[in-house]
Design a binder for this molecule. Sequence first.
Ligand code: CA
Length: 228
Amino acid sequence: METAAAKGLILVIEDEPSIADLLRLYLSRAGFGVHVEHDGELGLAQVRALRPALIILDVGLPGADGIEVCRRLRAQDDWTPVIFVTARDDEVDRIVGLELGADDYVTKPFSPRELVARVGTVLRRTNGVAGSAVLETGAIRLEPASRRVLVDGREVVLTATEFDLLAALMRRPGMVFTREQLLGSVWGTAAYGGSRTVDVHVAQLRAKLGDGSPIRTHRGVGYSSAAS
Ligand code: CA
């Protein structure tokens, strides 16, 4: 059920066959490869298997719902761009409020042409961010491939955990992460260590990065990386 992926593969997780078919048609006409899943659990498995360029994710799904699918991806530090498709306006508030790192959303009924345009916009905006592209914020340069961090051109030696924590924050400049989200994405489980672990590592990271540290504290919420 896949078509050639000239402009990248889009994974559509949508249980309504008529909408899934329409998306397949418009996306493949626009030059994208398309793979469709009708169930949240199966969709999640295909994200890992196919490494799509972007996911179009319905909120109301059998298996795991769209919000759960996105939460589990982000908890594994998978930042594949997601465009949510929702049936109701009140779901939009939930998607935005949960800070799932949704890149965009559309409300049913939507124009397939409009959704394809948004896919192009999100891909342009997020290109390289989810992968191994070098991240730069102010004086800080983070190189995922070599796992090096430079401050004003000088290398700073970080532990693996400190590096992963900084990368998680810098991949989404300006986005505020709760301690629980950071535990999930950096340490892999929210049950391990507790939120104090995050504070301790942030403090160590700041000490190493000095005045150039991009990490901002949001009292009562969590941490973010400065946008520039
Ligand atoms: Ca649905």
